[in-house]
Write a protein that binds this ligand. Structure first.
Ligand SMILES: Cc1cc2nc3c(=O)[nH]c(=O)nc-3n(C[C@H](O)[C@H](O)[C@H](O)COP(=O)(O)OP(=O)(O)OC[C@H]3O[C@@H](n4cnc5c(N)ncnc54)[C@H](O)[C@@H]3O)c2cc1C
Length: 430
């Protein structure tokens, strides 16, 4: 590893990878992942799919669905930018080798999820995130200007003269060290790791948000945390397995303990979660049932990953009912950015789930996040390229990191406290 790079990107999920891919070859890029396995990011877990504007006639309805799901707290410009960029992004993904499901005539096959008024979601079986991210990863690995480092975390930001100058990194078993960068990008994913029950990888602990808080960089809507209504109920500890919304989009129904339907399965996520919690309380059960018997296609072919995971728990779908329970899933808030993904600190950008650009408002519409991540990562790359950046030396203070473990624990606590604090503030003002 060198002492300085043009661009330092913390996080190699779809957001970090797509940004790296869109930087010119003359820029030296350092791309980090905290994990020992570069595939351990939420991007690899995305099941349902990625939205695309089908045609001009679909614009108003797609826009309205996104705004309604977000309780009209979304930024209309950000939503428009995302929707208008979607066809270009999908073309780029296909050019990268991403294989989306197609109809017999070769046209895209669209599926539907909760709160979408029409099918507009592209998918690859039930492992769309894996298909997209592995293709982006393959492409990035061919780029001579990008160095990908596993087990290397961004521990802190280096700041001087009112700007970001790079980061302090920590490699497994080593000591913290500084790396200068003209521009630094937070692409550290969501906050699921600070929750007991989450669909996210546990190492995703909102580090980007914590570092923003430490350095007085603006954050927004940090209390907007989405709970997914249907994760597989299990007594085993660890990450909660998601039963994608597209299962309900294809016709699966929710049942109470007597086997009766109790709600509209395609309500927006927050409202469906409330309905499920209400039913669990009424039934005195730790879960409700999901029936896939009502799905009108070959369930094993359409949802192979979900079927395989249910089998591991001894549940044979579609014949058996699946116990499901809500769990933390997605982070709508984050480090506040503009439409170019710039934060309030010069030369610091934030992309992906770490960032809050206003697309999702108070609640994310299903399958909008992969798209949002890609659109605004590409915009960040364009902004970095057109901004004249110089290196800026910053004083490195090793004493701050005497105990990297307690530093990280403090980061997690900062994120938890901020979520609670913003929640309290909001309930006072509403
Ligand atoms: C189970 C599941 C299913 C989903 N299904 C869908 C779907 O169908 N459609 C959809 O649109 N969205 C879906 N999502 C959401 C979507 O997958 C995520 O929002 C998206 O992948 C986030 O991408 P990202 O690049 O921001 O972060 P991630 O992909 O989570 O990557 C974060 C990266 O940051 C690294 N990192 C974290 N902290 C540090 C640090 N301090 N230093 C260095 N590296 C660090 C991690 O190691 C990782 O490489 C789903 C999410 C989950 C969990």
């Amino acid at each position: 590893m060198k002492e300085q790079y043009d661009v330092l990107i913390a996080g190699c999920g779809v957001a970090g990878l797509f940004l790296a891919m869109h930087l010119p070859e003359q820029m030296q890029v350092l791309l980090l992942t905290k994990s020992s396995d570069e595939e351990e990011s939420d991007s690899f877990l995305a099941q349902g799919g990625i939205c695309m504007l089908k045609n001009e006639a679909d614009f108003d309805s797609y826009f309205a669905d996104t705004m309604r799901a977000g309780h009209y707290e979304n930024d209309p410009d950000a939503v428009t930018t995302m929707i208008r960029s979607s066809q270009t992004i999908i073309r780029e993904l296909v050019a990268c080798g991403v294989d989306f499901a197609r109809e017999a005539d070769g046209s895209f096959s669209f599926t539907r999820e909760g709160a979408h008024s029409t099918p507009r979601i592209l998918h690859h079986e039930d492992c769309t995130g894996r298909e997209i991210t592995k293709n982006l990863m393959r492409k990035v690995k061919t780029l001579p200007n990008v160095t990908l480092c596993t087990e290397t975390m961004l521990l802190d930001l280096l700041c001087a003269q009112g700007r970001c100058c790079g980061g302090v990194l920590l490699q497994k078993g080593g000591k913290p060290f500084p790396v200068l960068a003209r521009d630094t990008v937070l692409a550290t994913g969501g906050v699921g790791g600070v929750y007991e029950n989450s669909t996210n990888f546990p190492h995703l602990t909102g580090d980007g948000v914590a570092l923003a808080l430490r350095h007085g960089v603006e954050v927004e809507n940090v209390d907007y945390v989405q709970i997914h209504p249907t994760t597989l109920y299990s007594k085993r500890p660890g990450r909660r397995f998601l039963i994608s919304e597209s299962v309900r989009g294809e016709g699966a129904v929710l049942l109470d303990k007597h086997g009766n339907r109790f709600t509209d399965e395609l309500l927006p996520r927050d409202r469906l979660t409330a309905e499920i919690h209400k039913q669990m309380q009424k039934d005195h059960t730790p879960f409700v049932w999901l029936s896939m018997r009502t799905i009108d296609c070959d369930v094993k072919k359409r949802f192979p990953t979900i079927c395989a995971r249910c089998e591991e728990e001894g549940i044979h779908v579609p014949e058996d009912l699946v116990p499901v329970v809500p769990a933390q899933h997605y982070f709508m808030g984050g480090v506040k950015v503009n439409l170019d993904s710039r934060t309030s600190l010069p030369h610091l950008y934030a992309v992906g789930e770490t960032a809050c650009n206003g697309v999702h408002g108070a609640n994310r519409l299903a399958s909008n996040s992969l798209l949002e991540n890609l659109v605004f990562a590409e915009r960040a790359a364009a902004a970095i390229v057109k901004t004249d950046s110089a290196f800026c030396p910053a004083e490195y203070q090793p004493a701050r990191y005497r105990s990297p473990e307690s530093w990280q624990a403090e980061n997690r606590q900062l994120v938890k406290d901020e979520i609670l604090h913003e929640k309290e503030q909001r309930s006072k003002t509403s």
